[in-house]
Design a protein. Structure first.
Length: 200
């Protein structure tokens, strides 16, 4: 008995078959390597993480930061008190800055007196705590003549520093056997605030 056999022809080139075999081999080895990394690497990373968390240097840093935070928190009340003191000092400096230098003002009176006027009293009142109130200056002195006293008033007006100047009083006076003119001058800086009229 005879049988008919059919010859099979492989149409895939041998180069392609070899390349396919190489790819399969690489895929198998790659999968095995990845599995090894997963099963070995994850526990290793876990152990390494725990070791890092329990590192004495890390613990020391945590303790240092905690103690520093405690120190800073305890210093907050002192810092607030110091800040309050500085703010109060700043307010005082602002008030002092608004004050008038009376030496300079009285020096102006002396400069315009031309050595013809002698002062017996110089005083100033008003101004308020914040320097926002009118200031009244009172000048008392003596001059050789009535003309000298009036010339002194004109000289004060020429300074253009004051809002109101008034020669309030003059009187004759005997000083060591010589007749002189005693005078009193009122000088005003600023005006009283005008109260708003209230209409019924």
């Amino acid at each position: 008995m005879t049988s008919n056999s059919i010859a099979l022809v492989n149409l895939v080139p041998s180069e392609a078959q070899q390349a396919r075999a190489r790819r399969r081999c690489v895929a198998r080895w790659g999968g095995a390597f990845a599995a090894t990394c997963v099963f070995v690497g994850v526990p290793g990373a876990y152990i390494g993480g725990n070791a890092a968390l329990s590192d004495p240097a890390i613990d020391a840093q945590i303790e240092h930061v905690s103690s520093q935070l405690s120190v800073n928190e305890s210093a907050i009340p002192e810092l607030r008190q110091r800040l309050g003191q500085l703010q109060e000092k700043q307010q005082v400096l602002e008030l002092v800055k608004n004050r008038i230098d009376w030496r300079e003002v009285f020096g102006q009176f002396v400069d315009v007196s031309n050595d013809r006027v002698r002062f017996t009293s110089l005083s100033a009142t008003g101004g308020g705590v914040e320097g926002d109130q009118p200031i009244n200056i009172q000048i008392q002195g003596i001059a050789p003549t009535q003309t000298d006293a009036r010339s002194f008033v004109v000289a004060i007006e020429s300074l253009q520093l004051f809002d109101q100047i008034e020669l309030a009083r003059t009187a004759r006076r005997d000083l060591d056997g010589q007749e002189v003119i005693e005078f009193q001058i009122f000088v005003r800086v600023g005006e009283d605030p005008v109260e708003p009229e209230v209409t019924p």
